[in-house]
Design a protein around this ligand. Structure first.
Ligand SMILES: C[S@@+](CC[C@H](N)C(=O)[O-])C[C@H]1O[C@@H](n2cnc3c(N)ncnc32)[C@H](O)[C@@H]1O
Length: 440
């Protein structure tokens, strides 16, 4: 049954006046005679002690979603939530035997949902029920592509001029978000912040070794010793070798990720943009016969996000701020009288990690997309050049269980050479991957 505009107006009037609804409006009748009440006053917010609570700011109770899903779909149907947040819709759909698709712009939302869905799988397995495998896909760099998109109808030289202007605007935007000043007269540097020169990597490509070598060259020419490199991506294997190389020449390089929300003007205005440090993973393979287990032996984040002195100087009385300083998370607080204290929150390297997982046979599964072939009007399968990371084993912290295993399960493998990928997600939701090659 669909409500007419008049009925909606009528119902709104009752609600605004706080009057009970007449019976004819209390139920919505579906075609198959199921009915649901129109006003639901028996579903409450997720309470602070509830098992389902995962501290996501806009989390909805599962009971609410259960009612919506049951009323509007059947077992085996697909339920989609394109703003999935903490994944309540997906978790409920899975428990009710529906297939599901979820998406969200936020990294934190995706990470929260991933952990929640693994939790649901474990719960269902324990109860001897079937559950679905799922995949997490990245839909790409569309904000960036949109940002540098050039009007194809222009003449060549106009296109070139537009591209140069867009790249210039992009650099200024990043400097503004990073709170750095624009500088002129350098070959590779674009800005300066707290006595460190800032170089911005290309918008649509990873930072390469060549790019960093040019930075080192200019540093040596002009006796520059402290540099921040900001980029969306860094070439695999660049880190941490290149930093050690630079260090041996007296140059301190900090590699930082440009966050995706840098294109969100509101986030910049609200001071919510954080450039996280590129982190570093160490693992040790344990091979016995034709089995392998992976041990996580180190994970670190090296450089400073801001200077302690700068934060202390700008912090208001009676407030506090969390910052990263030399691989430690510090909480800097200022009391009512302006007395500052520093507390180290990370006691061990493992405190940085929220989740880690292993793909025991990386590069065995190519990422394929279907592209419409305009000649044949059929879909062609095309390899994107990337591989799908398969979560074959994982360990993560939950609100209740803060422990983390540091050695993976042992996996039986075919003899021969193979690539193993280890993915670590830190407590800020940033993921870093390390690939090692082993012979079994
Ligand atoms: C109200 S929350 C969803 C809460 C969720 N139902 C739950 O129970 O946890 C809305 C979500 O939409 C996401 N979002 C906002 N704009 C989006 C967009 N254009 N595309 C995808 N997700 C978006 C936000 O990141 C946020 O996680």
């Amino acid at each position: 049954m669909r409500l007419t505009d008049n009925e909606i107006r009528d119902i709104t009037k009752y609600l605004e006046e706080g009057k009970p609804l007449p019976d004819k409006y209390r139920f919505l009748l579906f075609d198959d005679k199921r009915h649901v009440e129109l006003i639901w006053d028996d579903v409450y917010e997720v309470n602070s002690q509830a098992i389902e609570r995962i501290n996501y700011p806009t989390q909805k109770p599962e009971k609410l979603l259960e009612r919506i899903i049951k009323a509007s779909s059947n077992k085996g149907d697909i339920v989609a939530d394109f703003f999935c947040g903490s994944g309540t819709t997906l978790a409920t759909a899975e428990k009710l035997g529906r297939k599901w698709i979820g998406s969200d712009l936020g990294k934190f939302a995706i990470h929260t949902t991933r952990k929640r869905m693994i939790g649901v799988q474990r719960e269902m397995k324990e109860k001897g029920k079937d559950f679905r495998a799922f995949e997490i896909l990245n839909l790409g760099k569309y904000e960036r592509q949109h940002y540098i998109g050039v009007n194809m109808n222009l003449r060549d030289e106009e296109k070139q001029a537009q591209l140069i202007q867009k790249e210039e605007d992009f650099k200024l935007l990043i400097l503004h978000a990073y709170k750095a000043d624009n500088v002129q007269g350098y070959k590779v540097f674009h800005g300066k912040k707290n006595n460190r020169l800032v170089a911005i990597g290309p918008i649509n490509m990873p930072v390469t070794r060549l790019f960093v070598e040019e930075i080192i060259l200019e540093c040596r020419e002009k006796l520059i010793t402290k540099v921040d490199i900001l980029a969306f991506e860094f070439e695999m294997g660049l880190f941490p070798n290149i930093q050690e190389e630079a260090k041996s020449k007296g140059i301190e390089l900090a590699l930082k990720y440009i966050p995706r929300d840098v294109f969100d003007k509101r986030a910049i205005d609200k001071n919510q943009i954080v450039f996280h440090d590129v982190s570093f993973i160490e693992v040790k393979p344990h091979i016995k016969g034709n089995t392998i287990a992976i041990e996580l032996t180190d994970f670190s984040v090296f450089y400073n996000q801001d200077t302690k002195e700068h934060i202390e100087a700008t912090l208001k009385n009676g407030s506090s701020k969390i910052m990263v300083d030399n691989g430690q998370i510090l909480k800097i607080s200022k009391d009512k009288n302006g007395i500052t204290t520093r507390e180290v929150l990370t006691k061990k390297w493992t405190d940085w990690i929220d989740y880690w997982s292993v793909d025991y046979d990386f590069k065995s599964k190519r990422e394929i997309v279907r592209v419409k072939n305009t000649d044949t009007n059929e879909d062609d399968e095309k390899w994107t050049g990337e591989y799908v990371f398969e979560n074959e084993w994982q360990s993560f912290r939950t609100k209740k269980d803060r422990s983390l295993e540091l050695k993976s399960a042992t996996m039986e493998c075919k003899k021969g050479r193979r690539k193993i990928a280890v993915k670590v997600i830190d407590i800020f939701g940033n993921d870093t991957m390390k690939i090692i090659e082993v012979t079994i």
